[in-house]
Each structure stands twice: as C-alpha cells, then as structure tokens.
Design a binder for this molecule. Structure first.
Ligand SMILES: O=P(O)(O)O[C@H]1O[C@H](CO)[C@@H](O)[C@H]1O
Ligand SMILES: [Mn+2]
Ligand SMILES: [Mn+2]
Length: 397
C-alpha cells in the first residue's frame, strides 16, 4: 500500500492520438516536436542549448513510452502511454479521466464569433455584479488580450471576458485596480450563470502592471470548475479515511471534492517543493496529486519551444529528490492531461496520447503498452492503495 503520487505534467503529450484528426490535431506531438526542435538548434534560448537533456525521464522510460526506441535504453519504470476517451481535450476532462471518471458527454462551447458570449448571459452577469460592461467578448490568447485591452480595462473599469477552444469563460482584470476579491465575486456569479450552458470552467485571470508593456498575469488565477459527474478516485480515498494532498490546481480542477489538503505554489519549481513537502507528511494509504501547470500555460499555449524544453530539463533535474523521498511500497505515476504542442498552429491544446511512467522502490519495470483510457491510472492507484474500484479503467499494477 504505502502512498501513491500522481504527477501531471500539464500538456505533456507524446504524440497525436488515434482520434486527433477530428480535433484538427493530426500530426501534433508535444514531446516529439520539442525533441526535434532541440536537435535542430531551434530551442537555443532560455539558458539552454542543443539536444534535450532529460536523463532522469529517459532513465525512467519516457523515450520508450513515446516510441523513440533508439534513445530509450532499459527503462526503470513501468512504461507505456494512454489514450483519452473523454470527448474534450481540456484540463478537467484529462484530470477526471486520470482519476477514473472520463467525461462522456459534450461540454458547451462558445462560438468563434464576435461577440462570442450570448448577450443574455452577459446581461445576467452584469445585473448580478453591477459591472459597467465588459471588454473582449471573443476567442483570444490570454496574454495577447490583456496587452490589447488591459489599458482600456483600467480606464473603463470593465473586465475582459474571453474564451478559447476549451469549454471556458475567462475573466481578466487588474489585481489591485479592479480588485482580486471583486474579480473572484464576478467569477462566482458567472459560474452560476454558465451552469445551464454546460461550461466546464470559469477562470479568474488577475494581472498586475500599469501598461500594455508591463501587464503580467499572477499566480492568483482561480478556476471555478463544475464538479466531476461521478465520484472520483479522490472521493473514494477520502471516504476511506485517507488524506488527499492536492498540489497546485488540483483542488480547483476537482471543484474541491475529495480533497483533504491544498498546497499551492507560484511556478513549477515551487510546486515541486510543495509536492516533496506533501510526500514528507503523507501517511500510508494517502494520495499526493500534483499538477505542474507552467508547461501548459507558460510554454504550450504560448508556443514557446525553448521555454518548454528548459522547463522539462528543470523538472528532470529535480526527479532524483522525489525518488529519494519515496518509501518502500510507494508508487509515483508521471503522466499528462492532454497535449499542447508548442510547434503547432494556433495556441490551443492538442489531442494527444500521454506518457504513463510508474516507478517506486519496489516497482519492477515492464512495458504496459498503449492503454485505452487515462482511467487505467486511477484504477491502478485504487488497487495500489487498496481502495474500492471505480467504474472505469483497468489496473496495470
Ligand atoms: O490563453 P490563456 O488565457 O492562457 O488560455 C488558456 O488557458 C485556458 C485554461 O487552461 C485554456 O482554455 C487556454 O485557452
Ligand atoms: Mn491541462
Ligand atoms: Mn491549457
């Protein structure tokens, strides 16, 4: 039993999924294209050069899992990959499926029109909150739209509403001038109003700075997710008297269901520190569940290949610390929730398969092939922790 640790490298896909075509994502490959870019010298920046240098992920079996056999060596982890059966390629769908609950219904999405939001919805939110109006009202990249409309938002007092190809309503406003609590209040009102539209998340996107050149988003982002449609692995763990230690965005993603303790951090290195902290305190039978968001939000969506490569190398350098903290009987499973190929067109997620690397002091390496669903991860953790099985997934442990 001991403990289970799930490490989600947000957006770290390892190749186009078999169903990538209808998503417009045929040919995407987050890991593969980062490798290619590094090799070709197209990722020489952010304090790094040349070939991708991730010896620990390589040692565990990442290259074998991703089908780069020539670079693989002999993996030290249980290694393989997994497909997503949820209909969307968004963060909640990916995480809930990892936790044993695939999303087998369709989310609501906002159209690629301007305005994108139904006028009635905006009117309701304005009535609820007393806002003088909104800016944006279209599909956008979050960093670009605050550069474009941030100054007008400051002068008019109107927050910026935007969406993406995910089922999201994002609201950006200045952290001190608009006010963080007020932004959260607007998001809470909006959450209630988008429920009938089946929208997965409302996201508060606070920023600081005083001009287009200096606006920066802060770590006070908050995600208002609908609860998962069925009890997840986390709910079953808590019901069995275990503690679920949620690192980073995990608690928000699960709408705070099945969570015992929340550890936040600004940036992936701080989140790694918090993961180690949770591991030092977790009791036998507990689950530590960590999301590393920068891969996705700072590098994948921003199509920053060099930044993504540098972030992978920084993460890789810290893995031995985590391994050193594992106790006999622990298992750690490293995976991802979708892709976000930094070389691909647009700025959205990409429908990809994800790596599955399970390791621990007593875990014997072996291949587990291509799993049909991310839910196999949750099923494996349930077996490992001696929890009741859920309705989806087959254990590989
Ligand atoms: O461009 P930004 O604001 O980072 O938006 C991204 O963040 C959202 C939530 O992960 C996604 O829907 C994606 O569009
Ligand atoms: Mn994600
Ligand atoms: Mn994302």
């Amino acid at each position: 039993m001991a403990r289970a640790i799930i490490l989600v490298l947000d957006s770290f896909g390892i190749g186009a999924a078999p169903d990538a075509e209808p998503f417009g994502d045929a040919g995407s490959n987050t890991f593969g294209h980062i490798l290619d870019a590094c090799r070709a010298g197209r990722a020489d920046a952010a304090g790094r050069r040349g070939e991708l240098d991730i010896p620990n992920l390589r040692r565990l079996g990442l290259y074998a899992a991703a089908g780069h056999g020539e670079l693989a060596g002999r993996p030290e982890a249980v290694w393989g990959s997994a497909c997503e059966i949820s209909h969307g390629k968004d963060t909640p769908s990916g995480h809930w499926e990892i936790a044993g609950v695939p999303v087998l219904f369709d989310w609501g999405y906002f159209p690629r029109t301007v305005p994108t939001f139904p006028p009635e919805l905006i009117r309701q939110i304005m009535d609820d909150t007393g806002l003088p109006g909104i800016l944006g009202d279209r599909h956008a990249s979050g960093t670009e739209i605050i550069r474009e409309l941030g100054e007008e938002s400051l002068s008019s007092g109107k927050p910026i509403f935007y969406t993406s190809s995910d089922s999201v309503l994002q609201i950006a406003a200045h952290e001190s001038r608009f006010g963080l609590d007020r932004l959260y209040d607007v998001c809470t009102a909006a959450r209630r109003r988008v429920d009938p539209l089946n929208i997965g998340r409302v996201i508060a996107r606070p920023f600081t700075g005083d001009s287009a050149e200096t606006f920066t988003r802060t770590a006070n982002r908050r995600d208002y997710s609908v609860p998962p449609p069925e009890p997840t692995l986390l709910d079953r763990a808590v019901a069995a008297g275990r503690d679920v230690h949620a690192i980073g965005k995990i608690a928000d993603i699960f709408a705070h269901r099945g969570i015992s303790r929340i550890l936040k951090g600004d940036g992936d290195m701080a989140l790694f520190d918090r993961t180690l902290e949770a591991m030092s305190e977790a009791a036998d039978g507990d689950l530590v569940f960590a999301n590393f968001v920068d891969f996705d939000s700072l590098y994948g969506h921003r199509r920053d290949v060099a930044g993504y490569a540098a972030a992978l190398e920084a993460f890789d350098r810290r893995l031995p610390e985590l391994e050193a903290m594992m106790k006999p009987g622990d298992v750690a499973i490293l995976t991802a929730d979708h892709g976000c190929d930094p070389t691909f067109r647009g700025t959205d997620h990409t429908r990809e398969i994800v790596p599955v690397l399970a390791f621990g002091p007593e875990i014997e390496p072996r291949p587990i092939g291509r799993r049909e669903s991310f839910a196999d991860i949750g099923a494996s953790v349930a077996v490992h922790l001696g929890l009741d099985p859920g309705r989806h997934g087959r254990s590989f442990l």
